[in-house]
Write a new protein. Structure first.
Length: 387
């Protein structure tokens, strides 16, 4: 005689619901809230500096500010702005260490945009062998990549010649990238089909990366606007709000001025993109040497503790007098930043209208346009919005 087991109706309903949920649309991604208290975006830029890459370096100098401005619009859950850290490597220079695969780290992850700009301006081309697998692997090994999987960690490698050069195969670098949750994007300088023939489209094996091509010698046409001279004037006003401190403060202030001049000499478009970056305290933070930014970080008392490192005009002031001056500079900077933001919004709208008139003119891909496009698409994977 067989015994019949009768399930209670409620248990049967629960069991059915469990089975159904296990098989219906199992591949649908479930959006999770980020648990990272201090979110980051970490970017490693790997540039080919072999003899034919002068145009790439010029584009890299220009695209820095556009990339930072794009990243500066990113927000995570709760409208939190992630910290931006950028590293720079060069590869393909014949006088770099052959044992290191002609790869050299120019800087690790930093948030000091003036130093990063200065490093880009220091790059020079020199013929050599371009070992893509080596430079990707080296950057993955050397840099302090954040362990949190919710953070956007990305490599952009740009160059030409065959992607498979060198003794370190790209698959080893790809495995390391996957292990660390780093996306690798390849940017071929030249014809796209040639890039495929030279294996630059293999980025898909490096964690859902992207492959694109650019004309490294292309220069985007500048569109003059009625707001350009006003923005340049506002930048001068903004610079008057910086008050250096610390033994390296004066040198950092001089570097800021030096980079203003260098970017202005490169192009007006580049100059104004830098001004836009400087007006955004989320990405342009000089709290290590500027009293106004130090105050915003709650470190003013610490910053003014040693009067000998302050400008001559402040050395004989009392702590209370210095705080009043810094408060006035803070208000002034806030006002100037708002004016710059208003002017850049009007300038962007003016340029958008002008572009409509030349909409049928084909625009060539540049490092700037492609990096911006890739960042906007990939940031979505990490619950980051870029408006």
């Amino acid at each position: 005689m067989k015994l019949k087991t009768i399930l209670p109706i409620s248990a049967l309903v629960l069991f059915t619901a469990f089975v159904f949920s296990s098989f219906v649309n199992p591949s649908s991604p479930q959006k999770k809230k980020s648990n990272v208290a201090n979110p980051k975006i970490q970017v490693a830029i790997l540039l080919d500096v072999s003899g034919s890459m002068d145009g790439l370096i010029e584009q890299a100098k220009a695209q820095l500010w556009n990339m930072v401005n794009t990243l500066g619009k990113a927000t995570c859950d709760g409208n939190v702005s992630p910290k931006i850290e950028i590293s720079l490597y060069e590869y393909g220079r014949s006088n770099n260490d052959v044992k290191a695969g002609y790869v050299k780290q120019i800087n690790g992850f930093i948030s000091d945009m003036d130093s990063l700009s200065e490093n880009l301006f220091s790059l020079k081309t020199n013929g050599g062998d371009e070992y893509c697998g080596q430079v990707i692997y080296t950057s993955l090994q050397q840099l302090q990549w954040d362990a949190a999987p919710e953070n956007y960690k990305v490599i952009f490698i740009a160059g030409n010649e065959d992607f498979l050069q060198g003794s370190l195969h790209y698959t080893k670098a790809c495995t390391e990238a996957k292990n660390k949750g780093v996306i690798v994007n390849t940017i071929y300088c030249g014809d796209k089909m040639q890039g495929i023939r030279e294996h630059w489209n293999l980025a898909g094996e490096c964690g859902n990366g992207s492959f694109t091509s650019i004309n490294q010698n292309a220069k985007e046409e500048e569109i003059p606007t009625p707001y350009d001279s006003l923005l340049i004037t506002m930048n001068g006003n903004l610079n008057t709000t910086y008050v250096s401190y610390g033994y390296a403060g004066a040198s950092y202030a001089a570097k800021q001025e030096k980079m203003d001049v260098a970017n202005a000499q490169a192009s007006k478009k580049q100059q104004i993109a830098r001004i836009k970056t400087k007006s955004n305290s989320k990405v342009y933070d000089n709290s290590s040497w500027d009293l106004v930014d130090a105050k915003a970080k709650g470190r003013l008392d610490e910053a003014i503790a040693d009067r000998n490192t302050l400008p001559d005009s402040l050395k004989n002031k009392s702590k209370e007098e210095i705080k009043i001056i810094v408060e006035e500079k803070t208000k002034q900077r806030s006002l100037v930043n708002q004016q710059i933001n208003d002017l850049t919004a009007k300038r962007d709208a003016y340029i958008a209208e002008e572009r409509k008139k030349i909409a049928n003119t084909k625009q060539e891909n540049t490092l700037e346009t492609e990096v911006e496009k890739i960042i906007k698409e990939q940031a979505k994977r990490y619950n980051m919005k870029i408006e």
